[in-house]
Design a protein around this ligand. Structure first.
Ligand code: 13P
Ligand code: SF4
Length: 329
């Protein structure tokens, strides 16, 4: 029986301050470096040695000097860190921390579709968002992140078609900004697809001076209602450029507010949809259930028990070449 990402763990409550102390000790004892994505809990970001978006973390992974990397994020990110550090031990706190985008594009289905396009005589390049498995990456010509996608697409030869996988929303947005037509794989992020235009418009009405910032994984109707579109690192740079106290409506995973508040404490950040219930709580549909599997306990246990290790797979060799060419240049 396959496991669900929503499956409950049997963790007991432990004082976060004790857990943080334990993690700091274990990092030294195990010669480990923690890399954390902006979508994991703020307390994990604070105990991490590197935080970032997918692109920055892939690059940071090449600067690690310890023998072990603990990747607090999702599976495809830990796989990428392993590809770039074959000789290091790469750990992920929970093997169920996957990604709806990566799952929407299995390698066998992509290979069959590429074969079909070739049989039709189509001359194309396959460009994959980094949110894909290593097996999928090994079938692709280029890997992009929200941070470098436009730059890479802009340099692709004009006489080739582009097959973009797996995020249809990012692909559509890229097609719009680069003017390149794309064959789009029908995948989507389960978090960014959940934003409701009605809730966003209501939040805008309630905060008339606010600025809406949105991740390009959002559907077109949300992007059309936004003032700034960019991946998580670009959002940080945008906030850094604003000194006057401002209200921002943030259309991405809710934990992103943690690094934004650290950068701009004078601002107010409201998560979209930010629906207030009758008990004053905010709707949690803007939390990624995969990222949420990274708890402080899971990080502590991962370091303590050396679990769960990303093992080198045969297709990593090919995937590594594409990742290095795309992300490290
Ligand atoms: P970036 O942080 O690279 O913008 O990606 C967002 C995301 O969905 C990661 O899973
Ligand atoms: Fe995947 Fe979306 Fe979660 Fe990012 S936020 S890991 S794209 S499911």
């Amino acid at each position: 029986m396959s496991q669900s990402v929503f499956e409950q763990t049997d963790e007991k409550w432990e004082d976060p301050l004790d857990l943080i102390d334990e993690i700091e000790e274990l990092k030294k004892e195990k010669d480990a470096t923690i890399l954390a994505h902006y979508y994991v809990d703020g307390e994990i970001q604070d105990v991490a040695d590197f935080t970032g978006d997918s692109l920055k973390l892939a690059r940071d992974a090449t600067k690690v000097t310890t023998s072990t990397i603990l990747f607090s994020g999702v599976h495809f990110m830990a796989e990428t860190a392993k590809m770039l550090n074959p000789e290091k031990t790469v750990l992920i706190p929970d093997l169920l921390a996957g990604c709806s985008l990566a799952e929407s594009c299995p390698a066998d289905k992509l290979a069959a579709y590429q074969e079909q396009l070739r049989a039709e005589g189509r001359d194309f390049l396959t460009v994959a968002y980094i949110n894909t498995s290593a097996a999928v990456k090994s079938l692709c010509d280029w890997i992009v992140t929200s941070g470098n996608a436009r730059e890479i697409v802009d340099k692709l030869p004009a006489d080739k078609e582009i097959l973009f996988v797996p995020d249809q929303h990012l692909g559509r947005y890229l097609s719009e900004v680069t003017g390149r037509e794309m064959i789009l794989w029908p995948g989507a992020c389960m978090v960014h697809e959940m934003f409701s235009l009605q809730d966003l418009l209501r939040a805008k009405k309630n905060n008339p001076e606010s600025i809406v910032i949105a991740h390009p994984e959002c559907p077109k109707n949300i992007l059309d209602a936004s003032d700034f579109i960019g991946g998580t690192e670009k959002m940080r740079r945008f906030i850094e450029s604003k000194s006057e106290p401002t209200t921002f409506l943030v259309a991405t995973e809710a934990n992103m507010i943690h690094p934004l508040e650290k950068l701009g404490p004078q601002h107010k950040f409201i998560p979209v949809p930010g629906i207030m219930t009758s008990t004053g709580e905010t709707c949690a549909c803007n939390r990624c259930p995969h990222m949420a599997r990274n708890t402080l306990q899971a990080v502590r246990d991962s370091l303590k028990k050396n679990q769960y290790e990303i093992e080198w797979q045969p297709f990593f060799d090919k995937a590594k070449d594409v990742v290095e060419k795309s992300l490290l240049n």
